[in-house]
Design a protein around this ligand. Structure first.
Ligand code: AHR
Length: 518
């Protein structure tokens, strides 16, 4: 069993592509025994699809009569891209939209469905043509677990209880009969249920004490029948550093009623001036990275509160909204939250996924906001065209950590300094999968400095190392519909591996994943 990895960070400045080493720090890293290390839940690699802007309509869903190839109205190119990503779960229908959504409006004959005005996002009128059957069938096709957000803010207890029965009940009941009438014999067996969303804000502007009571009332009527191990209920959680919210929920909700507590944190620099999606300067980039790095502190502090009430870690921390949030792309509807996705987003993704992996003992699910055409999307569409963003490629490179055993490691990161302030430049996480393959992912957010990292891998008994890298000339670089493959992962060979010692040269603003096999 491995015990120790030693990691040396050699800091270097890149001038063009030629490196000059100007400093060095050497760190010994202790590894805990593998049998105590947690599994990195695949659900950390989850996604989110809200009725917002062009995420569902004109994104996922083009309708069965579209000339764009589709399966039950959902674009086949999107289905294939998400299958490749092995997305483990998909959260729907919101977000803020969830607390306005009445699921019964989205089932049955299309012509009979009432419309709904999307009051949170652009005030557009939707025809409810994408509903429960479309979403759950899509998840089945993707091999992803659906995560449904129930309407607590403007819905009712019975309405949510009925949704659970409609989707999950095998036997005869008013709701399961209705499901059958609508063409679906077998229940979908939906395990993950959010009980409202952002109850402190768009979900009802509640106090945590009031929400904790409401939560208990709702979940009392959500049946566990027909889902192995019962359904998994997630309480609407804190915004950022609202530690009191987590404290009140943990104190007031009995553990047998609560499987997960949510946390939302976006990498946004200022809600009043979010900065441009592409033409940002280094100051804005640094601020975004600072907000992104805050995720580490938030997880540590929310976890400490949860530990107070739940030493055994029975309740999970669910980061069901995270990602970069900027001003919308020029010329697009401000209510639609469409933004381009640059190498800055790749940095956010690589850093946050490393943070989540390293906190895999408490963080069991995370959902990037959002999958298609909204905020830090993995996919962008323009009519029949579709592109994969740098964030998509990071998630694709990191998917090797899904359900693998964490290899805990510690090291002192070199610092990324801008003016008077500094942030850790390098985040790293490592895991071993069921085929005994080791994966190490590195994200270096520094704009100018590279790092040379040495790792003693002798204890892992690895014979062969391969790697891939995502990097680009400029931080603002991105894929476009005209040039969709400007940023794609490339083979990475800038490492030496001799007698179990690995030395990796990591360029500025790059993401690298190495695979070691025996
Ligand atoms: O993801 C966009 C919005 O951000 C969600 O609807 C809401 O939950 C959050 O405020």
């Amino acid at each position: 069993m491995y015990k120790k990895i030693s990691l040396t960070v050699l800091t270097c400045i890149l001038i063009g592509y030629s490196q000059i080493i100007i400093g060095q720090s050497k760190i010994e890293i202790e590894l805990t025994a593998a049998e105590n290390a947690p599994t990195i839940s695949k659900h950390i690699y989850g996604h989110f699809a809200e009725h917002l802007g062009r995420c569902i309509y004109e994104g996922f869903y083009v309708g069965e009569n579209s000339t764009i190839p589709n399966s039950e109205g959902v674009r086949i190119d999107i289905i294939n891209a998400l299958k490749e990503l092995q997305i483990p779960n998909l959260r729907w229908p919101g977000g803020c939209f969830a607390d306005t959504y009445h699921w019964m409006d989205g089932i049955g004959d299309l012509k009979e469905r009432p419309t709904i005005v999307n009051t949170w996002w652009g005030g557009v009128t939707e025809d409810n043509s994408f509903g429960t059957h479309n979403f759950l069938n899509l998840c089945e096709e993707l091999g992803a677990e659906p995560y449904l957000s129930g309407n607590v803010g403007s819905g009712g207890v019975q309405e949510l209880a009925d949704w659970v029965q409609y989707t999950n009940f095998k036997g005869k009941s008013p709701m399961s009969d209705l499901r059958r009438e609508n063409g679906r014999e077998e229940p979908w067996g939906v395990k993950y249920w959010g009980v409202g969303n952002e109850a402190w804000g768009c979900g009802g502007n509640m106090r945590p004490e009031y929400y904790a009571d409401i939560y208990k009332k709702y979940v009392t009527f959500m049946s566990d029948a027909d889902v192995e191990g019962g359904i998994y209920k997630i309480a609407s959680g804190a915004s950022n550093d609202d530690y009191n919210w987590t404290e009140v929920l943990m104190k007031n909700i009995p553990k047998n009623m609560l499987q997960g507590v949510a946390l939302h944190h976006y990498s946004v620099i200022d809600w009043g001036a979010k900065g441009p999606d592409v033409n940002f300067d280094e100051e804005t980039y640094f601020k975004t990275m600072k907000e992104s790095w805050l995720m580490e502190e938030l997880i540590v502090k929310h976890t400490a509160i949860m530990d107070k009430y739940d030493e055994e870690k029975k309740v999970d921390l669910i980061v069901d909204e995270w990602g970069g949030w900027y001003e919308v792309a020029e010329g697009t509807n401000p209510g639609f939250l469409y933004q381009q996705n640059t190498m800055r987003d790749a940095m956010i993704a690589g850093m946050n996924l490393n943070i989540f992996n390293n906190h895999a003992d408490r963080v069991k699910m995370a959902n990037l906001a959002q999958a298609v055409n909204v905020l830090q999307a993995v996919i962008l569409t323009d009519k029949e065209k579709m592109i994969l963003t740098p964030t998509y490629h990071v998630m694709n490179m990191y998917k090797v950590h899904q359900d693998a055993t964490l290899i805990p490691l510690s090291f002192e990161s070199p610092m990324y300094t801008y003016k008077e302030e500094s942030l850790p430049a390098l985040t790293v996480s490592a895991s071993k999968d069921e085929n005994e393959k080791t994966h190490i992912s590195f994200t270096n957010i520094d704009t100018k400095k590279g790092s040379t990292v040495s790792i003693d891998l002798n204890e892992l008994g690895l014979k062969n190392i391969t790697g891939s890298i995502l990097s680009s000339q400029n931080l603002q670089d991105h894929n476009t519909f005209e040039n969709p493959d400007k940023i794609v992962p490339k083979e990475f060979k800038d490492f030496k591996f001799k007698k179990g010692m690995l030395e990796v040269t990591i360029p500025p603003f790059s993401v690298i994943v190495l695979e070691g096999s025996k």
